[in-house]
Design a protein around this ligand. Structure first.
Ligand SMILES: O=c1cc[nH]c(=O)[nH]1
Length: 282
């Protein structure tokens, strides 16, 4: 058994920057220290390919998995509790325990993490993030829970409410790290509805991590205002419905005037209906 000394969570990056601890700075913005936008060339290329109509289903699934992995590992570094760990390596047989023991900071295996699958778009990202965690943490400290959710448009085409028509949640979320890897951060209404349900029925998490592949300024405003514990690790910021004047400014400088949503609350430039595309079901 490894020896473990729990460590406090790493603090988030400084206001105005966006890189996670040990990461390149990412997209510069003024949305505050709770927002990290990867914005690196690899992520940008992957999301550009995903967004195009020429992207095949096979490529789409692979890219969703790969970018979710990239965002999740950045988030894990800063948001999951760590513990000082030691493990006897294979080299201990040759060099003895003193030399052949690795010591360092690793994830705290006792800290509970709950991944939320928001059906349908969140299914593959949530499964991906859960599998990443099961690689390195005991299954007793992990759960993958499911919420069946759907945006309901009003007469004007905008999202009027979010319907929660079923859930499978395996128990308390009290004190856990809650991870919501829903891929398209459009209005934020789905995330708020999910959190209201979970808080009402299953307790209060220690921290809340969202991993949208593409995010809008409206999403950020909604989820950050909803709860102080929310942290967002996004792949790309889309604010394509903003004026040229606003787009000329650093993201977040004129936040209230920025927009990345069309008249049906789809992201612009965006990637279309990713839940539908992933399932090839409309
Ligand atoms: O643009 C959007 C908005 C919500 N969900 C999607 O899949 N795409």
């Amino acid at each position: 058994m490894p020896d473990l000394i729990p460590k406090p969570r790493a603090s988030a990056a400084a206001p105005g920057s966006s890189g996670a601890i040990g990461e390149p700075a990412g997209t510069t913005h003024l949305y505050g220290s709770r927002v990290h936008i990867a914005g690196d060339p690899w992520t940008a290329s992957a999301l550009a390919k995903l967004s195009a109509p020429t992207c095949t289903h096979t490529e789409l699934v692979a890219i969703v998995r790969a970018v979710s992995t990239r965002l999740a590992t950045a988030a894990f570094a800063a948001e999951l509790p760590a513990a000082t760990t030691s493990v006897r390596t294979r080299m201990a047989d040759k060099h003895g325990a003193a030399l052949g023991t690795w010591r360092g900071d690793a994830l705290d295996p006792a800290a509970m993490t709950v991944v939320i699958d928001v059906i349908r778009g969140g299914m593959i990202p949530a499964q991906t993030v859960f599998e990443l965690l099961t690689l390195v943490l005991p299954i007793e400290s992990l759960r993958l829970d499911h919420l069946n959710m759907q945006r309901v448009p009003g007469e004007d085409g905008h999202v009027e409410r979010v319907e929660l028509s079923g859930s499978k949640v395996g128990g308390s979320i009290e004190g856990a790290t809650l991870i919501l890897p829903d891929p398209m951060g459009a209005t934020g209404a789905t995330m708020v509805r999910a959190l209201e349900h979970l808080f009402g029925e299953y307790g209060q998490p220690a921290s809340i991590v969202m991993l949208p592949l593409i995010v809008t300024p409206e999403f950020l405003r909604t989820v950050l205002d909803f709860d102080d514990r929310v942290r967002v690790y996004a792949g790309r910021l889309d604010r394509g419905m903003s004026s040229q004047e606003v787009l000329a400014e650093v993201p977040g400088a004129r936040w209230a005037e920025e927009s990345g949503l069309d008249d049906e609350d789809y992201i612009v430039p965006g990637a279309g209906g990713v839940g539908e595309l992933l399932n090839n079901s409309y």
